[in-house]
Design a protein. Structure first.
Length: 106
């Protein structure tokens, strides 16, 4: 799970909680028809948005995982091909790959 997924999960939970509270408020004021409808609409919007955000977060995480599975190993920076890495900061493997001895960007 990535940090972004956690943010989407928290955000969706927050919207669902606000929706449930709004629904409870709508039930408490159900005798005033105008306010009841407005609160009920708000509750529906918040709950719907919460479920939508949760679904979007899961789909985005699934796609992100699929993309990372398809990409070659060297795209994460752990193994870079020789001509692309500048051979001064790595050791040459027998297969021609460079292993970084220093962190990328540092």
């Amino acid at each position: 799970m990535t940090q972004r997924w956690l943010l989407d999960e928290r955000r969706s939970t927050l919207y669902l909680a606000v929706g449930v509270l709004s629904l409870a408020k709508a039930l408490a004021i159900r005798h005033d028809r105008k306010r009841f409808r407005r609160e009920l609409a708000d509750a529906g919007l918040f709950i719907g948005l919460g479920f939508l955000l949760r679904r979007y977060g899961r789909i985005a995480e699934r796609r992100r995982t699929q993309v990372h599975e398809v990409l070659p190993d060297w795209t994460d920076g752990s193994r870079l091909p020789g001509p692309l890495s500048g051979q001064a900061d790595g050791e040459d493997d027998s297969d021609g790959w460079i292993r970084r001895t220093m962190p990328v960007g540092g």
